[in-house]
Design a protein around this ligand. Structure first.
Ligand SMILES: *Cc1c(COP(=O)(O)O)cnc(C)c1O
Length: 395
């Protein structure tokens, strides 16, 4: 049986090229970067070279603005809590975000609300895109930070980050973006786009799990995250994840090289799949069709449970998801699909397929062959589908 991994928004396979770059730092060069003897100094040099290269790839003015973390969740938590705690004394107690952020942002906002901060959750409309003018209208005297994700992890919609960045800069409000899904698929330039803080993680772009970064523009006031040694300019103590950092740099470099060509290939596959699946009656594509990640397909099929679809897909060798990896297994429909206005019963029948460079046109052929079969099978047993058909017949 064919195996198709179609859940690259949850995580990706480690690229053999990335592993090759990491290997020396998992074996011979095991020194602590803070040690002064040769293998320590070698590890330090590698970490700093990676920092410089990553800074360049993100358009940062200075490598010292890159802080290595354990991944996207840590970076998101640090950006919001760190800035809010640092600006509290200045009377800033308001946060602006959107309704469909990753839980690393939304749950951090809830925690900050418990501490007395106020949060405005902006609408993302039916197409899953934040309106920049809504950001401008929400800004208050006491706004500490705006946090809007670069691209959504469930429906793949890409946000107008440059416009939002310009608005925040104009009003002197800090701007953070969770670029975990966008990095490697969208050209990012933190200076041009007026981004003050940016979160990224390696494992969503064929790098290792457990390593990410927070870009913090020079001059941004932020509370230190971990007390201890002097690593990461005293802000985040702990011996560096040397191999992880090398892997993060290698993965971002590979993603940046040949981005246009890879995106074109993915977009072609994505669009053929969407067009094919839309032929299934009472199906819909979630999120804007144009402003979306090249590898993201998110569809709903009325009258079925997304979870049953996923289990059947797994039996046929296709790994897919109903949305966020973090919420699958729970019975609540996706907060993202509810945010774009889908009713509960439709949001329940969702499926996310996310592709990477490892996928092929043959994978798409296979999915186009099996999904319509599974959907009709599940509908044949669904009381909900029976009800829909009856209502249809009654006009
Ligand atoms: C995966 C993801 C995260 C979390 O990143 P981890 O490295 O797994 O902690 C945060 N934000 C978005 C948009 C994601 O897709």
């Amino acid at each position: 049986m064919r195996y198709v991994y179609a859940d690259n928004s949850a995580t990706t396979a480690l690229s053999p090229k990335v592993l090759e770059k990491m290997m020396p730092y998992l074996t011979e060069v095991y020194g602590n970067p803070s040690s002064i003897y040769t293998i320590g100094a070698k590890a330090r040099a590698a970490v700093e070279t990676a920092r410089e290269n990553i800074a360049k790839n993100l358009g940062a003015a200075n490598p010292n603005e890159i802080y290595f973390t354990s991944g996207g969740s840590e970076s998101d938590n640090w950006a919001l809590k760190g800035v809010c705690h640092a600006l509290k004394a200045k009377g800033k107690k308001h946060i602006i975000t959107s309704k469909f952020e990753h839980h690393a942002i939304l749950h951090t906002c809830e925690a900050l609300e418990k501490e007395g901060f106020e949060v405005t959750y902006l609408d993302v409309y039916e197409n899953g895109i934040v309106h920049p003018e809504d950001v401008e209208n929400a800004i208050r005297e006491d706004t500490a930070i705006v946090s809007i994700m670069y691209a959504n992890n469930e429906i793949g919609t890409i946000q107008p980050i440059s416009e939002i960045g310009a608005i925040c800069r104009k009003h002197g409000v800090l701007f953070h973006t969770d670029a975990v899904q966008a990095a490697g698929y969208v050209k990012i330039d933190v200076q041009k786009e007026n981004i003050d803080l940016l979160s990224m993680t390696a494992h969503k772009l064929h790098g290792p799990k457990g390593c990410g970064l927070l870009y913090i523009r020079k001059g941004v006031r932020i509370e230190n995250l971990i007390c201890g040694g002097a690593q990461e300019r005293n802000k985040r103590a702990g011996t560096e994840n040397v191999a992880g950092i090398i892997g993060l740099d290698a993965a971002l470099q590979l993603a940046v090289d040949g981005m246009d060509e890879r995106n074109a290939k993915l977009e072609k596959m994505r669009d053929r799949l969407i067009d094919g699946l839309l032929k299934i009656e009472r199906s819909r594509i979630n999120g804007d069709r144009v402003h979306r990640l090249p590898g993201n397909v998110n569809m709903c099929f009325e009258g079925i449970e997304g979870e049953s679809l996923l289990l059947r897909l797994d039996l046929k060798g296709v790994s897919a998801s109903s949305g966020s990896a973090c919420t699958s297994g729970s019975l609540d429909p996706s907060h993202v699909l509810l945010a774009i206005g889908l009713p509960h019963e439709i949001a329940h029948g969702s499926m996310r397929l996310s592709f990477s460079d490892d996928n092929t046109e043959e994978d798409i052929d296979y999915i186009l062959e099996i999904v319509p079969e599974i959907v009709s099978y599940l509908r044949s047993m669904s009381p909900l589908w029976e009800k829909i058909k009856k209502q249809e017949a009654q006009g």
